[in-house]
Design a binder for this molecule. Structure first.
Ligand code: PEP
Ligand code: MN
Length: 370
């Protein structure tokens, strides 16, 4: 695929019969026993929107002593889920052997986990193992906040002929600490959507949250940002789950969580669109005014830079900067604007102003004349 060529990912409705937005994928973090898998799937089968049953069969665990998943025998349990419910089945694959085993047991959907997306060799091996196979595949974001690794994994799969691709946003491991297990950094999936507008993106609030208390709010945020589904970990007895006990919820809790969510649509009725277009025109006009004002401000900054340069005065003057911050935030407060936002914006504008003046003051600057 040439860079910048827009891939034609298939919309979910093209591969999932009677798909009714949003897509809900649910099931335990790990398959633990046949009884657990089958009985839980039967309960989830009754919940509206739940269409795919997930269960981790091979678990990527940080340390070797931890439970590594029950392995291939769980694929037979997943087959029972298919026979005894209307749900499709999904399992995580991290190697060509996993792919082969899943295909042999007719798993319907595969997913690539965060610890696999992170490594292009692993992704390529999985891609090669899927050559000629037409199966939906979910691609979780890599553990680290690197959009290109996520994008690259999706491109590898697409280039090998897979079109039923869905990205899964499950948060990122960052140095910066947040209340969540994985920092959501929403800008990254939004940027992925900007690059691939027709790529379906769903959210995995369970792995973002790491704690069931946060799952509702994260799920709503995902819908507000135009994601089209959720992968939520559920367990009949979450506190007894072998893996990820803190973040799993019961199927009942899932049902109640879903009933409280507002599912948002990207497009609305004709009247809705008319009003939206009018408001967007107003925004366009304001943005043009903003850009013109910024240009005007930077032109004045250049004049100041030349003036300071001529008189050998420093670019950065802390007193002036403090005055700007105090006066502008005071005014912004009166206007009801968010203080943090205004400070961030002033800082950006100020940094750019310093840079412009600094360039003027470089010894060989041609722009030194006033
Ligand atoms: C999982 O879904 O069980 C899992 C291991 O997720 P992630 O790859 O997002 O950590
Ligand atoms: Mn998990």
């Amino acid at each position: 695929m040439r860079e910048n060529l827009q891939p034609d990912f298939l919309p979910i409705e093209n591969w999932l019969n009677n798909f009714n937005y949003p897509l809900i994928i649910s099931g335990p973090c790990s398959a633990e026993s046949e009884e657990q898998v089958v009985s839980q799937a039967k309960v989830l089968n009754k919940i509206e929107h739940v269409r795919i049953f997930r269960a981790g069969i091979w678990k990527p665990r940080t340390r070797p002593h931890s439970f590594q998943g029950v392995g291939e025998k769980a694929l037979l349990w997943m087959q029972r889920v298919k026979e005894e419910t209307h749900l499709l089945t999904a399992a995580e694959v991290a190697s060509p052997q996993h792919v082969e085993a899943c295909l042999k047991h007719n798993i319907d959907v595969l997913w690539i986990g965060a610890r696999t997306t992170v490594n292009p060799f692993y992704v390529q091996n999985i891609t090669d193992a899927l050559k000629g196979v037409d199966i939906p595949i979910l691609v979780k974001n890599p553990i680290n906040p690197d959009l290109n690794l996520w994008r690259g994994a999706i491109e590898r799969l697409y280039m090998s002929g897979l079109k039923k691709i869905v990205a899964v946003h499950r948060g990122f491991n960052t140095y910066e600490k947040t209340p969540y297990r994985n920092n959501p950094i929403w800008d990254i999936p939004l940027e992925l959507k900007r690059i691939f507008p027709n790529l379906p993106i769903i959210c995995d609030p369970s792995h973002i949250a790491g704690n069931r208390a946060f799952i509702q709010d994260i799920s709503q945020k995902a819908f507000n940002l135009d994601m089209c589904g959720l992968m939520i970990e559920t367990h009949l007895t979450p506190h007894k789950a072998i893996t990820d006990a803190l973040q799993q919820i019961t199927p009942d809790q899932l049902e109640s969580l879903l009933s409280k969510l507002v599912f948002r649509k990207e497009a609305g009725s004709f009247d809705f669109q008319k009003i939206l277009d009018t408001l967007r025109n107003e925004i366009d006009t304001v943005d043009i005014e903003l850009l013109n004002l910024l240009k005007k401000r930077m032109d004045i900054v250049s004049k100041i830079g030349n003036h300071k340069s001529k008189h050998n005065i420093t670019v950065y003057q802390v007193k002036r900067w403090n005055t700007i911050i105090n006066e502008r935030t005071e005014m912004a407060k009166k206007l009801g604007l968010n203080n943090d936002f205004i400070i961030k914006m002033l800082r950006l504008v100020h940094d750019e102003s310093i840079l412009i003046q600094h360039k003027i003051m470089l010894p060989h600057s041609k722009k030194k004349k006033e």
